[in-house]
Write a protein that binds this ligand. Structure first.
Ligand code: SF4
Length: 424
């Protein structure tokens, strides 16, 4: 495990403003939209309400040509009286689904927020169904409820449920933890291969018949900053976590690769030699976009939990100044390396009391405000320039080849605003 370097005058020890009021974020069900693509043999069965079904359908679109790999078992309020019946009903629905779909090798029962669902013990249901359908299908349960999770935490809960069920092993190797778009994952694997990192596996794994084994020789590296519960489950199984900033931008990617390499006894100089061309490309691409960002200020509302690593990228690679960095949940274990690089000054806030935060945003008058969909339009109407945080989750933004695009996602609204002002 390497230690984070702490830059002088950084946010490493900045006190955190904790807010526990009304918050405006999507729920954890949303993460099914990208998770189902990473696990082609999985099905996500949401036990929820019509609202949950609508959310999934409108966010993911309706699959017309392919067999869907997620669905909602709708629990009506009248079901409240009969919890035993609800368990039988889940068994029946699962039986019906699996008998029709032999391609399903792992099934996730996903809990949601309606009170009738909260009362259901889905963990026990998953264990029972796993026994009933073993060895063909493995059943896991986790919560995507909006009461307990923000949208990226859905991935954390899902991966943590899988992590608790992985086989034990003694192989020395690296487990990269977090879902990435396929093209980005391929680039990462290519970099790790050229650096010489041995035996690289990924969680979530694409093929359920070939799960990564975890043991005291396993080293894990997170690529997403919202995976604290998963990291804890893997550490409990004996793995050790590599401490590193997250691989955004040229500097973040280089620091992440060096931390991984050093954990396997490979020198930083070797990483720099192997990555020289990619680093130059990334720096060049970022510098072009940074023309619109340098000297500007940014305010982050809490949304995806990517906020702190992205603020690190914007302040240390794009010349921006952060005024407030809000995160739905701040896990200092994972965030320390990025916080240690962000220059002192911004408010670091955790959770949300949306009205109070809106007041702070209006007073701050940042050049760019990064926020959820629900806040963006009203703030634009007030004359503020906004960036939809959710776009940062659905766009390929990790590692060298995406560094320029990542800067571009922040530069675009500022350029658009400048054009509107010229044409006004
Ligand atoms: S889980 Fe809760 S927040 Fe999410 S769609 Fe269902 S009811 Fe709404």
């Amino acid at each position: 495990m390497t230690q984070a370097n702490v830059a002088a005058g950084s946010c490493a020890d900045t006190p955190v403003l904790r807010q526990r009021g009304q918050h405006e974020v999507f729920c954890g069900l949303t993460s099914i939209i990208w998770l189902h693509r990473k696990m082609p043999d999985a099905f996500f069965l949401v036990i929820g309400s019509r609202t949950c079904a609508h959310l999934l359908q409108s966010a993911a679109g309706v699959m017309i040509f392919a067999e869907p790999r997620f669905g909602t078992a709708i629990l009506e309020e009248t079901d409240l009286a009969g919890m035993a019946d609800a368990q039988t009903e889940i068994d029946l629905q699962v039986e019906r689904l699996l008998s029709r779909r032999s391609d399903i090798k792992r099934l996730f029962l996903v809990a949601s927020c309606p009170s009738e669902v909260i009362k259901l013990d889905l963990e026990t249901a998953a264990q029972r169904l796993s026994r009933m359908h073993a060895p063909k299908v493995r059943v896991h349960a986790y919560s995507g409820s909006g009461i307990e999770t923000t949208f990226t935490q859905g991935e954390d809960s899902c991966l943590a449920a899988m992590a608790a069920d992985l086989p034990t092993g003694t192989d020395d190797g690296l487990l990269v933890v977090g879902a990435l778009p396929d093209v980005v994952q391929d680039q990462m694997m290519n970099l790790l291969d050229r650096i010489g990192v041995p035996n690289v596996k990924i969680l979530p794994h694409a093929d359920s018949s070939n799960p990564p084994a975890i043991g005291k020789n396993t080293k894990i590296a997170l690529v997403q900053p919202f995976l604290g519960e998963t990291a804890t489950a893997l550490e409990r199984a004996g793995a050790s976590r590599i401490v590193a900033p997250f691989p955004f931008g040229e500097k973040g990617t280089t620091a992440w690769l060096i931390a991984v390499a050093e954990a396997f006894g490979i020198s930083a100089q070797h990483v720099l030699n192997v990555t020289e061309a990619a680093r130059n490309r990334a720096r060049h691409a970022v510098s072009k976009e940074a023309e619109a960002l340098t000297g500007r200020t940014v305010f982050f509302f809490p949304d995806s939990q990517l906020e702190i690593p992205l603020a690190r990228f914007l302040t240390t690679e794009c010349g921006m100044t952060a005024l407030e960095i809000g995160s739905p949940y701040l896990d200092r274990r994972l965030m320390a390396p990025d916080l240690a690089e962000i220059p002192q000054g911004p408010v670091i806030s955790e959770g949300q009391d949306v009205e109070k935060q809106l007041d702070r945003a209006r007073a701050a008058k940042a050049d760019l405000t990064v926020c959820g969909l629900g806040l963006a339009n009203p703030l634009e109407a007030e004359g503020m320039t906004t960036k939809w945080a959710i776009e940062l989750v659905f766009s390929p933004v990790h590692f060298y080849e995406q560094a320029g695009d990542l800067a571009g996602l922040f530069a675009r609204p500022l350029r658009r605003r400048a054009l509107l002002e010229v044409n006004a």
